[in-house]
Design a protein around this ligand. Structure first.
Ligand SMILES: CCCC(=O)SCCNC(=O)CCNC(=O)[C@H](O)C(C)(C)COP(=O)(O)OP(=O)(O)OC[C@H]1O[C@@H](n2cnc3c(N)ncnc32)[C@H](O)[C@@H]1OP(=O)(O)O
Length: 297
């Protein structure tokens, strides 16, 4: 029998779908098994700070290894993403590295220990799931790149909606030099950001992308200039606040309609847009705007 779902039910369904992982047990992926393996390579942490303003800061924290991802940090990241998925007041997210550098990719000590193809594939599925969920969070996300974003670190930047680069910073897909290709979803996302020609150049040449080149090819949105106007994090917060000003349900709706436009075939994206529209139409922000007879001059 066919049931017409209530709009709340439908939205919950959509939310679950949009949070959806790429891999599940159907693909031979056992989350608990790989979590256990990854936990055997400890070090560093992923810190999450949520603010009343609706902005959160996620920090990759392993300075003694240039913020490389240990196994336990991969597990940490998955847990922080789960926390953010449940944060109803969230509007914006900044992903940064500790101590003035972004992330130097996976911890080479863990990579060496997990170098057999089966373990490599499991780690790859785990990180693809996490980074897909990060990109699909119902908030606008920014990677704040200071210092270097190398290998998996470069891939992580592509799991954010925007990239802001500090002067002198570098994004480099060094995988070719390691005899690898991206495996955390970085190639698929990069093609969508800069196009296949540019992606081929960046991956094939393991090109060091400085802020100027990043702006030119559309990898970065802005270079955070302006010594004396606050820390790079404050400047990134200022930049993001322009897009997150307003009530959380409206900002989250903005992200959802853009996300569905980006990821779904047109007919499906249109239907999703209609459903998301239904959540804000006649809502508190809409009623308030109508009552105040606002003009947009
Ligand atoms: C699908 C994922 C694919 C991947 O991510 S593969 C990994 C790709 N990343 C790399 O190959 C980065 C290798 N590291 C480097 O090139 C350099 O360390 C880097 C980041 C340019 C920094 O150079 P320097 O400023 O000269 O500093 P340094 O080399 O002395 O590094 C400081 C300490 O950090 C360590 N480190 C940096 N990146 C690491 C990593 N990815 N895994 C494990 N340890 C890493 C480095 O070994 C050094 O430690 P220590 O002081 O010698 O004990």
């Amino acid at each position: 029998m066919y049931h017409i779902a209530s709009s709340t039910h439908l939205i919950m369904l959509l939310q679950r779908q949009s949070r959806g992982c790429v891999y599940s047990s159907v693909h031979g992926f056992q989350q608990e098994e790989i979590r256990e393996k990854l936990q055997a390579f400890p070090g560093g942490s992923i810190e999450l700070l949520t603010q009343e303003s609706g902005l959160a800061v996620l920090t990759i924290n392993y300075p003694s290894r240039m913020n490389a991802f240990s196994g336990s940090m991969m597990v940490d990241l998955e847990e922080r993403v789960s926390q953010l998925e449940g944060w109803t007041d969230g509007k914006g997210l900044i992903v940064q590295g500790a101590s003035g550098t972004f992330c130097s990719g996976s911890d080479l000590n863990a990579v060496r220990a997990l170098s057999n193809p089966q373990d490599g594939m499991k780690m790859c599925m785990f990180m693809q799931n996490t980074l897909t969920r990060l990109l699909r969070l119902p908030m606008i996300s920014v990677a704040l790149v200071e210092g270097r974003a190398l290998g998996g670190g470069a891939e992580l930047t592509t799991a954010c909606d925007f990239r802001l680069m500090a002067p002198g910073s570098v994004i480099q897909f060094v995988h070719k030099h390691m005899g690898l290709v991206p495996g955390w979803g970085g190639a698929a996302r990069l093609v969508r950001i800069v196009g296949s020609q540019n992606a081929l150049k960046l991956l094939g040449g393991a090109v060091k992308v400085d802020p100027e080149l990043a702006l030119q090819i559309g990898l970065a949105e802005e270079v955070l200039q302006g010594e004396g106007t606050g820390t790079p994090l404050q400047r990134a917060e200022n930049w993001l606040s322009v897009y997150t000003k307003g009530p959380a349900p409206v900002i989250q709706a903005v992200k959802k309609v853009v996300l569905s436009g980006r990821e779904l075939p047109l007919s499906e994206a249109l239907r999703t847009e209609k459903d998301v529209f239904g959540t804000v139409w006649g809502g508190p922000a809409n009623m308030q705007a109508l009552a105040s007879k606002s003009k947009h001059r």
